[in-house]
Design a protein around this ligand. Structure first.
Ligand code: FAD
Length: 446
């Protein structure tokens, strides 16, 4: 965890109430233990506490929110360090809760501005790009709709000419954090795509609000889940806890890493699903461009014509500020993040100079970078199914032995890889746990 995230944690979260509440837990036996306080864990805990059940959420980090956190310290404005686009608002269970809590949601401007080596497109260039993008998208969707478990790269037209690398980047590294050769057309097709929203206060602020008052034990990494007998025993460096059921919400990359030992091991169906639903890489390079040198609109998305997937996707003037995302993904992002912060910042500066021109290069100020892929409690961006792996999402979520449930973004068919999908999966897991532990006592919905 970076110092920046620690600072953000202290600024955004009601850590004291959460800890105080856990201190009041009478014993180490509860109805349900939730592992992880990201969107899925928060949703599960809200549902369980609303039903009057005792629950403890064990979170490895010093802050709740998981891959959806906001930094309110270092940018002079709320800056999302993970999720930022509020996908599929009509199907996203976080949206009505955010509105009810008074958050300001507004439309993503959607239509991107095209830049070609520091200049605006000439006549016809936008149309050529848009036509190529539509052809690629259509081919992928048709393959997915037909249930063809082939990679995006196999479905995409081969005659995209000088737009091929740009579109390959957009559909692979940027959309999914992986190469187009690693993504199933069916998984891609299943993803619900509508116009996104942004939150003025930050997507992470919504999750922080929804986590308020929940019995979350921060800085408590789980090392072992023993489900060999009746109920479960969960071990942490602070001691063992017992419960009637456990909901595990850590990323598939964390599950695959083996840092949480399961006794007995996860059943083959779940273990195979974990192995199949690997996480891609997606990082924000966050740069300040003073004085709006490109005359960009607030929250304007840009597409930069590229001849390689080692490129970035800019989001201009976040919330109307001088801060821009230059988002990187896929193999390039994984290697750059592994090379470290200095290399990431050097790429960001080079990108600004090469793609936006000398005036923008002169306007470049501070650069911040995220490092989700090297974070031991995240280890990637979000899960992506390769060809043949799409059915694994539902298998991963199958209840085990009336006491073990896996939730999280990887288990949602339509909103995989999103905060909304993770939240919905947490609610579903909580409903299942309630059926196990309290068949006759379903509580009010929060
Ligand atoms: C850079 C980036 C950009 C993204 N952009 C978007 C976007 O714009 N829109 C969108 O909808 N989604 C986006 N996503 C994806 C989205 O953030 C995730 O799908 C979602 O937040 C996952 O929630 P989760 O609850 O499934 O998992 P997580 O958020 O990963 O929560 C799991 C929690 O478990 C904790 N944990 C791990 N190991 C242990 C352990 N041993 N013991 C206890 N706790 C543990 C972790 O610290 C974490 O808090 C983005 C992700 C990244 C990384």
């Amino acid at each position: 965890m970076t110092r920046r995230r620690l600072l953000a944690a202290s600024a955004t979260l009601p850590a004291a109430p959460a800890l105080a509440q856990t201190a009041r837990q009478p014993a180490s036996e509860v109805d349900v233990i939730v592992i992880g306080a990201g969107a899925a864990g928060i949703a599960a805990a809200r549902r369980l506490t609303a039903a009057g059940r005792s629950v403890i959420v064990l979170e490895a980090k010093a802050q709740a929110g998981g891959r959806c956190i906001v930094d309110t310290v270092n940018f002079g404005m709320p800056m999302d360090l993970g999720a930022h686009w509020i996908h599929a608002p009509a199907d996203n269970p976080v949206v009505p809760l955010a509105r009810a809590a008074g958050f300001t949601l507004y439309d993503d401007p959607d239509r991107p501005r095209l830049m070609i080596k520091g200049r605006s497109p000439r006549e016809g260039e936008w149309e050529t790009f848009a036509a190529a993008l539509v052809r690629a998208q259509r081919a992928i969707i048709e393959a997915g709709e037909a249930g063809r478990e082939i990679p995006l790269s196999a479905a995409m037209p081969t005659n995209l000419r000088d737009w091929a690398a740009t579109i390959d980047f957009l559909k692979g590294a940027w959309d999914s954090g992986k190469e187009t050769s690693e993504i199933s057309c069916v998984d891609f097709y299943n993803a619900i795509e509508t116009r996104d929203l942004f939150c003025r206060q930050g997507y992470g602020a919504i999750l922080a609000k929804l986590a308020e008052g929940l019995p979350i034990r921060l800085s408590t990494p789980v090392t072992k889940v023993d489900w060999s007998g009746r109920g479960v025993t969960v071990e942490t460096p602070a001691g063992a806890l017992r419960a009637r059921a456990v909901i595990v919400t850590v990323s598939t990359a964390v599950l695959a890493s083996g840092t949480i030992r399961f006794t007995p091991a996860l059943p083959k169906r779940q273990a195979d699903a974990v192995a199949a639903l690997t996480c891609g890489t997606y990082e924000h390079l966050i740069v300040r461009l003073a004085g709006n040198p490109l005359d960009a609109k607030p929250d304007e998305p840009l597409v930069v014509k590229a001849d390689t997937t080692a490129t970035a996707k800019p989001l201009a003037r976040i919330g109307g500020s001088d801060w821009w995302y230059l988002d990187i993904g896929g193999r390039f992002a994984r290697d750059l993040a592994a090379a470290g912060e200095t290399a990431m910042k050097a790429f960001a500066a080079e990108f600004v100079g090469n793609e936006f021109g000398p005036q923008a290069r002169r306007a470049l100020g501070e650069i911040h970078v995220t490092s989700w892929s090297t974070d031991p409690f995240i280890r990637g961006a979000w899960s992506v199914a390769g060809p043949g792996a799409t059915p694994q999402r539902l298998r991963l979520a199958e209840p085990v032995g009336q006491r073990l449930l896996i939730a999280g973004e990887a288990t949602d068919e339509g909103l995989w890889g999103t905060v909304g999908g993770a939240f919905a999966s947490g609610e579903r897991a909580a409903e299942q746990a309630l059926r196990w532990i309290a068949p006759a006592a379903q509580g009010r919905r929060r």
